[in-house]
Ligand binder design. Sequence first.
Ligand code: GLN
Length: 202
Amino acid sequence: MKVGVLALQGDVREHFRALADCGVDAISVRRPSELADVDALILPGGESTTIAQLAQTFGVFDLIQKRIAAGMPVYGSCAGMILLADRVLDAAPTQRTFGGIDVTVRRNAFGRQVDSFETNVEVSHIAGGPVKAIFIRAPWVEILGESVEVLASLTSPDGAVHPVAIAQGSLLATSFHPELTSDSRIHRYFVEEVCKNATAIR
Ligand code: GLN
């Protein structure tokens, strides 16, 4: 199984390192030919508007959307979660997403006073104790579709519970950035469980 990292903007190198920790020699995806070469894709953290615009410029936006619809396994962290969401709040009206996960996410949801923070979260399917979760102007899930599995949630100061790790079919997304830690369990789960169980049509 060949895993690619969408390498247009964001913390691409950090995802390569996390995948290397799992024994995966990933490839950079920028062009249609590179996308055609991979079986699975990681959408990095960064700026979802910029990544979406560059994907259109590089001619891979529609192709990624089609591959997702055909069952390609994709993991998105932070901006990557936004790009996998079917609907986005607090985004420019022109912002497009690849979609695939039936959720509405709110960009920069954790507010200005806590732009960045770290906390430990228990994540379903990830054995061995809580994951250190780093949130950087992170989105949360505001509206959840029926077929979406919640793997982890956080409670905001007003008491509302917001999913921060979700899965639907062969798509996995986290509001936080495991690639910025030395803990590669989420990447390992993606590679060893989500990708292995996927039945993509090429
Ligand atoms: N706020 C960014 C966005 O909207 C995401 C931030 C991140 O990936 N750390 O894309």
